[in-house]
Design a protein around this ligand. Structure first.
Ligand code: XBP
Ligand code: MG
Length: 260
């Protein structure tokens, strides 16, 4: 029985960075204003809409509930397409002027994986351009050298909670689900990973701070702290005070032992 980790698969929005609250929502509202629409997504409304994966899909949901949206499906599609493109432009501008920080503990865990030859992948349903602008801001032009596989929204037919994004990542890495661990922040992300038996840990993000997560091997407040995790982490003197690869391997081994 082997349960060692060969790769970590990262979600982007909410997991690598608080992009939803501080980036996408703000950019959507700017796009509405640019188009002269009296629409505005509050924090609360955006939190509800996050149940729908994909920015364009989210716009279509909004339109299906508004009286001042185009009545015809074709016109809605066209508007969603244009608004989404504008939102992505605004998102890129926003991050160019004020880069969004990576969440605590992310960069250190990435470095640790690279030092230990644990491969890294991105499994996200965000658009490639949005992911690139975020990661370029942190790791520079060669950001992608850290990742052996990058699967984005454009690469799949169906977004999370459909597992397609993970299936593609596994195929590209030539590994089986038990070889990897996914890191997610949303119920849809966890459901997508679990649908193909990938063990998943959850770092709670702003919008999913109180969500229920079924089937995760560990759930906690963030990679930058050892407190508040379930299963608990030892907080020994001399430890670095963040979640380390060994902790993730420990959770994976625990889950693996339960399965066998
Ligand atoms: C991310 C999404 C995306 C982003 C916005 O989900 O659902 O739609 O909210 O990006 P995950 P786009 O974190 O599970 O990858 O506007 O590019 O869709
Ligand atoms: Mg996410």
């Amino acid at each position: 029985m082997t349960c060692s980790i060969k790769a970590l698969l990262w979600d982007v929005d909410g997991t690598l960075s608080e992009t939803e609250r501080d980036g996408h929502r703000v950019a959507f509202n700017q796009a509405f204003a640019d188009f002269g629409l009296p629409w505005h997504w509050t924090d609360e409304r955006y939190g509800e809409l996050l149940a729908i994966a994909g920015g364009r899909e989210r716009l279509l949901r909004e339109m299906s509930e508004r009286h001042d949206a185009p009545a015809q499906a074709g016109a809605r599609d066209a508007l969603a397409h244009r608004l989404h493109a504008r939102k992505n432009e605004r998102y890129a501008q926003l991050l160019a002027t004020r880069p969004l920080a990576l969440r605590g503990g992310v960069a250190a865990l990435v470095d640790e994986c690279l030092a230990r030859d644990v491969r890294l992948g991105i499994a996200t349903t965000t658009s490639r351009a949005n992911m690139e602008v975020l990661l370029r801001g942190h790791w520079g032009e060669d950001w992608s050298r850290r990742f052996d596989v990058v699967v984005c929204g454009e690469d799949v037919q169906s977004k999370k909670p459909d597992p397609e994004v993970f299936v593609r990542a596994l195929l590209a890495l030539r590994v089986v689900p038990g070889d990897v661990v996914a890191i997610e922040d949303s119920p849809a992300g966890v459901a997508a990973a679990r649908a193909v038996d990938i063990p998943v840990i959850v770092t709670r993000s702003a919008y999913f701070a109180h969500a229920s997560f079924h089937g995760a091997i560990a759930v906690g407040p963030g990679l930058d702290q050892r407190r508040g995790w379930e299963p608990t982490l030892e907080s020994c003197a001399g430890s670095v005070g963040r979640v380390e690869l060994a902790d993730i391997e420990g959770w994976a081994a625990l889950a693996c032992a339960h399965r066998h």
